[in-house]
Design a protein around this ligand. Structure first.
Ligand SMILES: [Ca+2]
Ligand SMILES: [Ca+2]
Ligand SMILES: [Ca+2]
Length: 281
């Protein structure tokens, strides 16, 4: 069984992309809202699946979406960090182009970590510029977990599309002198049309033994967000069905098959998980 929600929450300097305001507006609290040249002043658009222009979300009512190249946000750190650990979800729905949706850079603007995706592949690089890849299916949510320490191989775990996790893999270490000053998330570079949705970003910057503690993925199908102390249960199905019936957005992760939509198939998916062993998965 994989651990559910971050069990070490108090140790995590979480920087959530969106604030889960159940009945309030979504926001980009914690991020610098960048408007780059050529982006018509747009940053990420925040919203919910219930909006007139629905925004797919992974967890809670809100998520953020980049609609065009140059739509992204940044987090400029106070210090230049030599350790960086992050977990976030991305839903890339781009017809054909390769997009860069994550970049960590140093104080000089040089890229230290970048993540790109095309229709079939996630691509991970450190400053060593040796690309490691993970297969993906377009139009599905993926959890990405990164553990980076300067001068050490970066470990990555990817899971999504309603399937089992791929094995953790290592990306070739960059220079030991690498430091991270700024993180950019969204449609950082690339061309074309489409959209990139991002949700549930959490980060931690620690070295030493703490760096071995994973932030962890959110529990898939835990629709009422109580699964850090209990298994999936009937209420997770009920809340999913309620959302499908238009009775309000679930506070947790109802999109059990991770396809960007919440419908009866997700309640079925949760029910199957309960029958199987009810563990967080
Ligand atoms: Ca969310
Ligand atoms: Ca639950
Ligand atoms: Ca679904």
């Amino acid at each position: 069984m994989y651990s559910c929600v971050n069990r070490f929450g108090l140790q995590v300097a979480a920087l959530f992309l969106v604030v889960p305001g159940w009945a309030t507006a979504c926001s980009l609290n914690g991020w610098d809202e960048v408007a780059t040249a050529g982006s018509a002043g747009q940053v990420l658009t925040v919203g919910t699946p219930a909006d007139a222009a629905p925004v797919p979300r992974y967890s809670g009512p809100c998520a953020a979406i980049a609609k065009a190249p140059g739509n992204y946000v940044t987090d400029t750190l106070t210090l230049e960090d030599w350790a960086y650990h992050a977990r976030f979800y991305v839903f890339v729905d781009v017809p054909a182009q390769e997009v860069e949706f994550f970049r960590a850079s140093n104080a000089s603007g040089q890229t230290i970590i970048k993540i790109r995706q095309n229709l079939t592949t996630l691509k991970f690089d450190t400053s060593a510029n040796v690309t490691f890849t993970s297969p993906v299916v377009p139009g599905r949510w993926y959890a990405i977990e990164l553990d980076w320490n300067a001068g050490q191989p970066m470990t990555v775990e990817v899971r999504g599309a309603g399937t089992d996790p791929t094995p953790r893999f290592s990306v070739v270490a960059g220079n030991a002198a690498d430091r991270i000053k700024k993180v950019s998330l969204g449609w950082v570079s690339g061309t074309g049309t489409g959209r990139i949705a991002i949700d549930a970003y959490a980060t931690r910057r620690l070295t030493g033994w703490e760096s071995d503690i994973a932030i962890g993925r959110l529990c898939r199908g835990d629709t009422d967000i109580d699964n850090y102390y209990r298994g999936l249960e009937a209420d997770d199905m009920v809340r999913t069905r309620n959302e499908v019936a238009g009775l309000g957005l679930a506070p947790g992760q109802p999109d059990c098959d991770e396809n960007g939509q919440v419908n009866s198939a997700d309640a079925t998916c949760i029910g199957a998980a309960i029958v199987r062993d009810a563990s967080c998965f």
